[in-house]
Design a protein around this ligand. Structure first.
Ligand code: ADP
Length: 528
């Protein structure tokens, strides 16, 4: 067979050649809209690659983006990789210390940002020691404007050639403990991950698909959508704001068929539709991941005729590990059973292997019996081997990466996540899933948010304590919540105490930060 070097540039070449006129729509923060297409994205990416070289950038150099989802950001994904560079998508929601750390650690030379993040740039400029050039994706008020900057070039450019294993993108984990860690994706790993993402058991894309990704392009490579979408030649609809009213209008007007995002996005959308008394948008499929998708969300979307693809992954896994969707026994399942199955995290797509091991010794492989939970490990061609600039591999001798998640694998390959290794509660030698307890608690109408933490106990080592933020106007008591939990979980899982708090701390990516919660209650004592 012929030689073919797996480089990301082949993806944009293909998209421009085979799906050139397929539209890419952007709704900007100021309410204006622009339309380009795959040919336009490639043309601008060539110009951007040229413009970066004109600034003196060389193969392997890092370019940062601090931006929402839009066509110019998409151009950067291909333009940076096309000149042999590495795009570092920075999460604007990180805290200043993290922003300082990651940009300096990645040694970003150029930073392209949205005007809405000008305050971050103004604040951080002094602290970012490696950035030599700032480009603004919108206006040129404070920095050169992106369109003007690439407009100085003619686009007569050849993509930089190289190895399949050259890096093309770097993302940092938000780092719930210690400094964030960089995960560098390669051309080959990215391309393989994108091909795997196309399959019916994953994104199920065809050229007829119209995707509005709510998952940000700065979060875990936007789940690889900008690459998989280019391969299939789908239409993209981007929005720089996540206001449900804006998303709803775009979804209807642009005939969006697919969307992807974390569960909170849908929560906001439900609230909007309820308030307005309107139906949910008629989407064919919604990919939901990043944290567990609650049952009521799955039920409501399914009743709306939307296929729910509940996905699990992490920055370290490019990120797709597993995706849920109709399985071979779908026709035989009741609606209830379908919802139950979808509430789990789906099945591994080709390329990745999963296993669970004993939480005590972290070595003994556990049966795939749908009952036994253990530490979840993964390996495959788009799974991390070593963090950026780290001295040692992050995997064992056989390539297994420990995800920090705890789960159960079912005989049909379905993964059911039950907790994170550091959050699971050990009571009298037995494990309690803090996540299951929380999920059961938020099912009570008086509970807005709940977090369960293992607290030291003189007899049982640890016992669960449930921290609850009451829903607005609710006077729910601890006893009422325990009564609500009784039919839902094992008796010995019931929390020893329910504590009401005004707020629960979150990480920069919006997940509950149990570390901060534990710190806040470091003096907490349970009686024997
Ligand atoms: P960060 O580490 O910055 O929060 P990641 O996206 O890498 O961002 O987080 C990955 C983690 O998110 C996983 O290890 C898992 O704990 C959680 N997660 C992702 N998808 C799901 C899901 N579908 N259900 C439950 N947890 C999930």
């Amino acid at each position: 067979m012929q030689e073919f070097t797996m480089r990301i540039t082949s993806v944009i070449d293909h998209a421009a050649r085979e799906s050139g006129p397929r539209e890419i729509v952007t709704r900007w923060a100021d309410g204006s809209e622009t339309r380009t297409d795959w040919s336009g994205i490639r043309r601008d990416a060539l110009k951007m690659a040229q413009a970066l070289e004109a600034l003196g950038l060389k193969k392997g150099d890092r370019v940062a983006s601090l931006a929402m989802n839009h066509s110019r950001h998409l151009v950067s994904w291909y333009g940076v990789a096309g000149m042999g560079g590495v795009l570092h998508t920075v999460n604007p929601r990180l805290f200043d210390d993290q922003l300082e750390y990651i940009v300096n650690h990645a040694e970003d030379k150029v930073l392209c940002y949205d005007a809405m993040f000008q305050p971050i740039v103004d604040r951080m400029k002094e602290r970012w020691t490696t950035v030599e050039h700032y480009i603004c994706y919108d206006s040129g008020e404070h920095s050169p404007a992106f369109e003007d900057w690439i407009g100085t070039q003619n686009g007569d450019y050849e993509w930089v050639a190289g190895e399949e294993t050259d890096p093309c993108m770097i993302c940092y984990t938000s780092g719930t403990t210690g400094n964030p860690k960089g995960v560098q994706y390669e051309h080959r790993s990215t391309l393989m991950h994108a091909i795997a993402g196309l399959q019916p058991a994953a994104f199920n894309f065809s050229s007829a698909s119209v995707m509005l990704p709510v998952v940000p392009m700065f979060h875990a490579a936007s789940w690889g959508l900008p690459y998989a979408g280019a391969m299939a030649g789908i239409k993209f609809v981007f929005s720089c704001v996540n206001d449900p009213a804006v998303l709803h209008e775009l979804m209807l007007r642009e005939k969006v068929t697919d969307s992807a995002g974390v569960p909170t996005v849908w929560l906001a959308h439900f609230q909007y539709c309820d308030k307005e008394g309107i139906d949910l948008p008629p989407l064919k499929a919604a990919t939901i991941g990043g944290s567990a998708c609650p049952r009521f969300m799955i039920e409501r979307l399914m009743k709306n005729g939307t296929r729910v693809q509940h996905a699990w992954g992490m920055t370290e896994t490019s990120p797709i590990g597993t995706v849920g969707g109709p399985t071979w026994d779908w026709e035989e399942l009741s609606f209830e059973e379908r919802v139950n199955k979808t509430a789990m995290q789906g099945r591994p797509i080709f390329g990745v292997e999963l296993r669970t091991v004993d939480l005590d010794d972290m070595a003994t492989e556990l049966p795939r019996d749908g009952k036994t939970s253990g530490a979840l490990q993964i390996r495959g061609p788009w799974i991390i081997k070593r963090y950026f600039k780290a001295e040692e591999d992050a995997v064992d001798a056989d390539g297994w990466f420990d995800t920090g998640d705890v789960g159960i694998i079912h005989p049909d390959g379905t993964l059911q996540l039950t907790d994170r290794t550091k959050d699971v509660i050990k009571s009298g030698g037995e494990w309690i899933s803090s996540v299951e307890l929380e999920n059961a608690a938020v099912g009570h109408a008086g509970v807005a948010e709940a977090a369960c933490v293992g607290m030291p106990h003189p007899k049982w080592d640890e016992r669960p304590v449930l921290f609850v933020v009451r829903a607005e106007g609710s006077n729910v008591t601890g006893d009422e919540i325990v009564e609500h939990l009784k039919p839902l979980i094992a008796k010995w899982w019931l929390p020893d105490a329910v504590e009401f708090v005004d707020d629960i701390p979150h990480t920069a990516t919006g997940k509950i930060s149990k570390k901060d919660l534990r710190d806040r209650f470091s003096d907490y004592k349970l009686e024997a």
